[in-house]
Design a binder for this molecule. Structure first.
Ligand SMILES: [Zn+2]
Ligand SMILES: [Zn+2]
Length: 273
């Protein structure tokens, strides 16, 4: 097969730019709004007001995050090129093929399935060996920052991306639907790592302290956007249980003075005021 290098370069430039620009615009916005403009009074906005990452770590997260989006964008661009050149998928390009009703419902299904796969892949990376080998880097950020959202090991990025893209071979999807859902995921991933105390922006979206707690307590709250999977699998943080770096499994340890299961932490309830 003859490779059209110019077309491939054009496609990869577009996919790389979209990811990198969204990442820097959203992360830059939260960084400037809080870490620069309100640096003097973190207790009014920061989930962990006493904990800040070192400048070297901050620079490292921007470099690794940008490199990951370049890598992810390259893979996406190559995939688009392969599809253009006959790779068989379930994608459709004319809305009339599946109808408007299906096209409007499909992002919800796609989002829920990708969010579920993000939960399971993330939980897998919290197995002792995989955690120590790959996922530990992301957990160096006990207090997260907007740029830390995609500061992950490339192996993890590949696993998450493969799970998100596998669906194009299984489920009829319009490319615009995939684009919108992936942009949403990236934007909210940055917001969830902002370290800023923010309520749920949408009824289904967890508030920021849910994933922030994942970084504080390590092996609990594995979900990305929906808290549903953690509730279902009993891995949502519970009140008065002990969690930590060496407490694997997602359920924490029972307090000897208070051995009950205890209720789940009410993340949304914290923001009722
Ligand atoms: Zn994790
Ligand atoms: Zn994280």
């Amino acid at each position: 097969m003859q490779i059209d290098w110019l077309r491939l370069l054009m496609l990869t430039s577009i996919t790389v730019s979209i990811g990198v620009v969204i990442y820097h615009v959203v992360a830059g916005f939260y960084h400037y709004k809080y870490y620069v403009r309100r640096a003097g009074n973190p207790e009014t906005w920061k989930i962990q007001p006493k904990r800040f990452i070192k400048p070297a770590m901050h620079r490292n997260s921007i470099m690794v995050g940008t490199a990951n989006l370049v890598l992810g964008g390259l893979v996406t661009g190559i995939l688009v090129y392969a599809i253009e050149n006959g790779l068989p998928t379930q994608l459709y390009f004319d809305v009339n093929e599946m109808g408007w009703a299906y096209t409007l419902i499909s992002p919800i299904i796609y989002f829920v399935v990708v969010d579920a796969s993000a939960y399971y892949v993330h939980r897998l990376f919290h197995q002792r060996w995989l955690f120590r080998r790959f996922h530990r880097y992301h957990h160096k950020f006990v207090a997260t920052t907007p740029y830390a959202a995609v500061a992950i090991h490339p192996v993890e990025l590949a696993a998450q991306q493969a799970a998100a893209f596998a669906l194009i071979f299984i489920m009829p999807l319009h490319p615009a639907v995939i684009g919108c859902v992936l942009v949403y995921i990236l934007v909210f991933n940055v917001i969830d790592h902002s370290g800023v105390e923010l309520p749920s922006m949408w009824p289904w979206q967890a508030p920021t302290n849910y994933h922030d707690d994942h970084h504080v307590h390590f092996h609990v709250n594995f979900g990305q956007h929906l808290m549903l999977w953690d509730r279902l699998h009993n891995t949502l943080r519970r009140e008065r249980r002990t969690y930590g770096k060496d407490v694997f499994g997602g359920r924490g340890l029972a307090n000897p003075d208070d051995p009950g299961e205890n209720p789940f932490v009410d993340y949304k309830g914290m923001h009722r005021t």
